[in-house]
Design a protein around this ligand. Structure first.
Ligand code: CTP
Ligand code: MG
Length: 226
């Protein structure tokens, strides 16, 4: 059984409004993407890594892989219009069997704790899928400017990555989504609608996605504190 990590890194980071996409922002001289890739390089349960990136950044990624010794990086594919397209392109570049696993993880989540990756992989191996998510803790409400209703919190989760599936399940789910012109914000929504079970794995707040300026601030503070 092989396990390949797919790292979508072809986004433009429009919500952050920095000059370069967030995955290439350096902190302490090291790009966000390098922090992310190192977790997968160090995890003994990961065999290979594929990154999806914009054409103009392909060389940059090769340099990052060289500098940070990301020896498991086997391929860099050109990304697509949306995240889903980038993941699909990376998936198509692989030649895997039925029981092989793919672990999709956002380049913009650099602080994934190793134990969570391990737990996700173990769950997927045992149960066919493993999707990292955190339980809602705050009170959840619906409404525009005033509260209309309260959402029952006990079974509400915030879904993160990594999202781990059997290669053939994700491929089928993505092909089905394209056939139906369905767009999801993550892989789990595609796999679920294809009829496969999606198992949740408890994640961590540390595994936040750098999306806005606040997140970048949090990332730099956490790294400085290390
Ligand atoms: N991503 C990708 N291909 C795209 C869009 C996004 O590979 N066409 C990647 C991003 O690089 C990121 C991950 O998917 O690592 C999660 O996406 P998101 O946080 O939305 O990043 P961006 O799309 O870059 O940011 P924004 O939506 O603010 O533009
Ligand atoms: Mg985006």
């Amino acid at each position: 059984m092989r396990t390949v990590a797919i790292i979508p890194a072809a986004g433009k980071g429009k919500r952050l409004k920095t000059q370069i996409p967030k995955q290439f922002i350096k902190y302490k001289g090291k790009p966000v993407l390098a922090y992310t890739l190192e977790v997968f390089q160090k995890c003994p349960l990961i065999d290979e890594i594929v990154v999806a990136a914009e054409k103009s950044y392909l060389k940059k990624i090769r340099q990052i892989a060289e500098k940070y010794k990301i020896r498991k990086l086997i391929n860099i594919v050109e990304g697509g219009k949306e995240r889903q397209d980038s993941v699909y392109k990376a998936l198509l570049s692989l030649d895997l069997g039925k029981s092989d696993l793919v672990a999709v993880h956002d380049a913009a989540r650099p602080l994934l704790p190793m134990e969570i990756l391990t737990e996700g992989l173990k769950t997927a191996k045992k149960k066919r899928s493993g999707v990292v998510a955190i339980k809602a803790k705050d009170t959840l409400v619906k409404g525009e400017k005033m509260i209309d209703a309260y959402v029952h919190r006990d079974d509400v989760w915030y879904v993160q990555t990594p999202q781990i599936f059997r290669y053939t399940d994700l491929l089928y789910a993505m092909e089905l989504a394209y056939r139906d012109h369905f767009r999801g914000t993550d892989e789990s929504s595609l796999v679920k609608r294809a009829g496969y079970p999606v198992h949740l794995v408890e994640g961590s707040l540390l595994n936040f996605k750098i999306t806005t300026a606040d997140d970048l601030d949090l990332f730099t503070r956490l790294i400085s504190a290390q």
